[in-house]
Ligand binder design. Structure first.
Ligand code: SF4
Length: 382
């Protein structure tokens, strides 16, 4: 144990029947990737994840239309601790609250609705909802969706922006005397995840941390990326709950949980991976998909992108593949080439510039063309 945070002991936060932090062992959690309105599939996946050892199962929901389904999902998953991801619509919180044990809000998604209210007022309301319904809260900060106020305050410094944003929201909770909350600071880059969580843990040693590397992608690379971050942090006592985000078809989604438990066991046993060349060449980022995914072909597309780009593995290029139009456009901005899925077409981007919309079949040859061009440009610039 090497850091000032080693041996830290956070407060214990009760989430349904599960405790995160305090003396509790690290809790592995996961998220359903099924459509929330598809009750049968979502109930089956919640059980699949819980049976594999997930202590908490998260479901995404952002509209009133999905609430009857959530109510039914709750009825069929008694005994499973459920968290709901409010995504971009925090206003549904009071209607989902009776059916879950925890709500997750993203501080970067509070500004665009109900603009007349301040962020502080919105958080105060969320806390009242949580109190009224015996819920815990996760403040889920993400490098891909930083609140504009913090982006402006820390231009070009995403790390400081997410740490300060998380700390600000913790202060809000303190002012509201609400203690049943955890914090996550996520990015797709494992180094950034390590640094952001280290800084936050030093700043708020009392607050339990939910660890995650977003859009880690397909196994095995997605597992390596996740391990690189989690191993360092867990070995320093940082991380009271973890979620491994992998791009997997629904029938294999529980592998996220198995991988999570394996990482914890290996860290306890002092087993760490060594991959000195990892991250030096082609980097494929892809989301784990969720109820928002626009076409079931998304996971297959990510796999096809991986196979198509095998020839370019030595080139330092990042390709991002995202499952929906909500987070897809923003989360692909930093990639050299980005693809985000619509219902019938895939949008291809070069950095933040649109290349065009293509059918699921046509996008692959076009990606190959753009990748060849990029490799040729890199060769010319050297
Ligand atoms: S990019 Fe869209 S589909 Fe993928 S995990 Fe994020 S919200 Fe879900």
């Amino acid at each position: 144990m090497e850091s000032a945070t080693a041996g830290r002991r956070t407060r214990a936060v009760r989430i349904g029947g599960v405790t995160v932090g305090g003396d509790a062992p690290v809790v592995v959690q996961s998220m359903c990737a099924t459509r929330t309105i598809d009750v049968e599939q979502t109930v089956a996946q919640a059980h699949q994840l819980a049976d594999a050892g997930a202590g908490i199962v998260r479901i995404a929901l952002d509209s009133d239309k999905e609430i009857p389904a959530l109510k039914e999902i709750r009825a069929q998953t008694r005994g499973i601790t459920l968290s709901v991801d409010l995504q971009e619509n925090y206003r549904v919180a009071d209607r989902v609250a009776p059916h879950v044990d925890k709500i997750r809000y993203n501080p970067g998604h509070l500004h665009h609705i109900e603009k007349k209210k301040t962020v502080d007022q919105k958080v105060q309301w969320l806390v009242e909802v949580a109190r009224d319904h015996d819920l815990a809260i996760r403040i889920g900060v993400n490098c891909g969706s930083i609140a504009p106020a913090f982006l402006q305050k820390y231009p070009g410094d995403q790390l400081n922006a997410i740490v300060e944003s998380a700390a600000y929201h913790c202060d809000l909770m303190d002012r509201l005397s609400f203690t049943r909350f955890v914090v996550s600071l996520k990015d797709s880059d494992p180094q950034k995840v390590v640094e952001a969580n280290r800084r936050f843990a030093e700043r708020r040693p009392d607050v339990p941390i939910h660890l995650g590397v977003t859009e880690a992608g397909l196994p095995p690379d997605g597992i390596i990326k996740t391990r690189l971050a989690f191993e360092k942090l867990l070995a320093q006592g940082i991380g009271e709950t973890i979620r491994v985000s992998l791009t997997l078809p629904n029938e294999r989604k529980h592998e996220e949980v198995i991988v999570g438990h394996k990482i914890i066991d290996d860290v306890h046993a002092g087993k760490f991976i060594s991959v000195p060349e990892f991250g030096k060449g082609l980097n494929i980022i892809s989301c784990p998909s969720c109820s928002r995914v626009e076409n079931e072909k998304f996971v297959e597309l990510a796999q096809q992108v991986k196979e198509l780009t095998e020839y370019a593995t030595k080139h330092k290029i990042t390709i991002a593949v995202m499952g929906c139009r909500v987070n897809g456009p923003g989360e692909t901005d930093d990639a050299d080439l980005g693809l985000w899925c619509g219902p019938t077409t895939v949008n291809l981007k070069k950095k933040d510039r649109k290349v065009g919309f293509f059918s699921y079949a046509e996008v692959l040859p076009r990606l190959r063309l753009e990748l060849d061009r990029l490799i040729a440009e890199q060769a010319t610039n050297h």
